[in-house]
Design a binder for this molecule. Structure first.
Ligand code: DC
Length: 212
């Protein structure tokens, strides 16, 4: 089984994807880390993020063994990822890796922006996770606080809105709900509530009880 989870930054889709993968015994791929790895490598090299040819070369030579580098979680890597991920040649270079990950038995849960629309258009279950920008900013603020990092909620909210705008309006594989994806509004659910709602959706779709 392949489950596609898409949604905007900090919607909670990553946690849901991880928990669904554990629940169904599937592999999990957070595709954001791939774009973050490209963005961070460009920053480390002092390269211009708008240099599409260079970013595509970085994308072609990525080492997946380094996708668990904690530095990829930084705000700077996320911002850089949002810029480099708008380049069509960067996206093209990463399609095969994602599709072959998804196709490897026993199947996988992939979370990102274009999984249900571009990477796995035939996924059995597609969930589009949303949460209000204010709720997402508040969650990011609490996360930063818990790591002991200084954080300003208004600045985080502005960053989230800027990232949404870029991810939704780029011409290459923009963030959007696939026509056959089920919408899950995660604004007022805690983690356990979100996981239960996501499992309910998977079960309903597999049983043919739910179609969109
Ligand atoms: O989900 P995230 O914050 O780790 O993603 C970082 C950036 O990477 C996001 O702003 C857009 C880009 N991205 C993408 O374009 N396609 C994906 N499948 C995943 C992430």
């Amino acid at each position: 089984m392949i489950i596609a989870i898409d949604g905007p930054a900090a919607s909670g889709k990553g946690t849901l994807a991880k928990r669904l993968a554990a629940h169904y015994g599937l592999r999990h791929l957070d595709t954001g880390v791939i774009y973050r790895a490209v963005g961070k490598a460009m920053l480390d090299a002092g390269a211009d993020l708008t240099d599409e040819a260079r970013a595509a070369e970085v994308a072609r030579t990525l080492d997946p063994a380094r996708f668990d580098d904690p530095a990829l979680k930084s705000q700077a890597a996320g911002e850089a990822a949002s810029v480099v991920s708008a380049h069509p040649r960067v996206r093209a270079a990463l399609v095969e890796f994602q599709q072959s990950f998804a196709a490897t038995p026993p199947g996988a849960v992939l979370d990102g922006r274009d999984i249900g629309t571009v990477i796995c258009p035939d996924a059995e279950v597609k969930i589009f996770v949303v949460a209000s920008a204010e709720v997402r900013a508040h969650r990011r603020f609490l996360e930063a606080q818990s790591r002991g990092e200084p954080a300003d909620e208004a600045v985080i909210l502005a960053d989230i809105l800027k990232r949404d705008e870029r991810d939704q309006n780029r011409s290459a594989a923009p963030l959007k709900q696939a026509p056959d994806a089920v919408l899950l509004d995660n604004s007022y659910l805690d983690i356990e509530g979100g996981v239960r709602a996501a499992i309910d959706i998977v079960e309903a779709v597999r049983a043919g009880r739910r179609r969109v």
